[in-house]
Ligand binder design. Structure first.
Ligand SMILES: [Zn+2]
Length: 289
């Protein structure tokens, strides 16, 4: 049996017994395990800290300060690729102090199977070029390069994130999709019910980094919320923002539709954290500081 180092319960401080020599900082994980395509928050507190970084799943993650100046909290966002093999993975957190000394904490994070669904999707045959693997690959590569950039500004406020429209989820994140019985793909976001012509809202404040027509996603808006968090809205009939524009939470960024590789009007919302597509529903439920 694998024993995690995580104490159950929100923000419970971890026992330091597993960390070797006693450290001058405290690590708290806000989760007991992460699922494939899931994300979670790690908090570090301690005196005289000037910087925190984590190493997790081959990625270096910068931490950011919240709280007041006297008692700052350092927050890091961990994200798991939807294809990550369920297992226990090392998490290493290094703290830099104002006297330039550093300390490292070593722990583990359990990654669980997310139980993704399999779905068959049929799109119009005149969208045949959207069923070619190269079309998918090229678009994903372009988006991957954009969402890999971590902006060190925290654009969203204490209200957190909202859904782009007040509607129910109709199709889950991460599903294996077989399009027209020919092309396999993964669902990089969630679908929300909504007729064509519905105004779509920015889930949180941020900067628009893409606002144009893509092959698979159709008319698309991608917002950088800072701290490595992005959200994208696909299949719009109209785009109401431009690249580089700052948006506030709740601002109308476009109108829903069915452009791109879509089987009918709906809203596709996707979220990335530190370059990984994560489940927007789980992201919403997570108290991201
Ligand atoms: Zn979708």
């Amino acid at each position: 049996m694998v024993v995690g180092l995580v104490v159950l319960g929100l923000w419970a401080p971890l026992a330091r017994a597993d960390s070797g020599p006693s450290l001058n900082f405290t690590v708290s994980l806000a989760f007991d395990a992460l699922e494939q395509g899931g994300m979670g928050v790690v908090r570090v507190t301690g005196a005289d800290i000037v910087g925190v970084q984590a190493q997790f799943l081959d990625r270096l993650i910068d931490f950011y300060q919240s709280g007041n100046r006297a008692n700052p909290v350092w927050n890091g966002l961990l994200a798991v690729n939807m294809e990550q093999k369920p297992d226990t993975y090392p998490l290493e957190i290094t703290v830099l102090y104002d006297d330039r000394s550093r300390e490292t904490w070593q722990g583990q994070v359990i990654v669980r199977d997310a139980g993704f669904l399999r779905q068959d999707v049929t799109v119009s045959n005149d969208l045949g070029y959207l069923l070619e693997p190269e079309t998918d690959r090229a678009e994903r590569a372009r988006l991957a390069a954009l969402v890999d950039v971590v902006t060190r500004i925290h654009y969203w406020d204490q209200k957190g994130f909202i859904k782009p429209l007040d509607s129910e989820f109709t199709s889950p994140f991460g599903a294996w999709r077989l399009y027209n019985e020919s092309l396999w793909g993964r669902h990089t976001g969630v679908d929300l019910r909504g007729p064509a012509g519905t105004p779509l809202l920015a889930p949180a404040a941020g900067r628009v980094v893409l606002a144009e027509r893509l092959d698979v996603r159709g008319n698309y808006v991608l917002i950088d919320h800072g701290w490595g968090v992005y959200s994208g809205l696909a299949h719009l009939s109209e785009i109401h923002v431009t690249r580089g524009q700052m948006v506030r939470q709740g601002q109308v960024i476009g109108i829903s539709g069915s452009t791109g590789r879509s089987s009918g009007p709906h809203i596709h919302w996707e979220v990335t954290v530190n370059g990984e597509w994560v489940d927007p529903q789980q992201f919403l439920e997570t108290q991201v500081p």
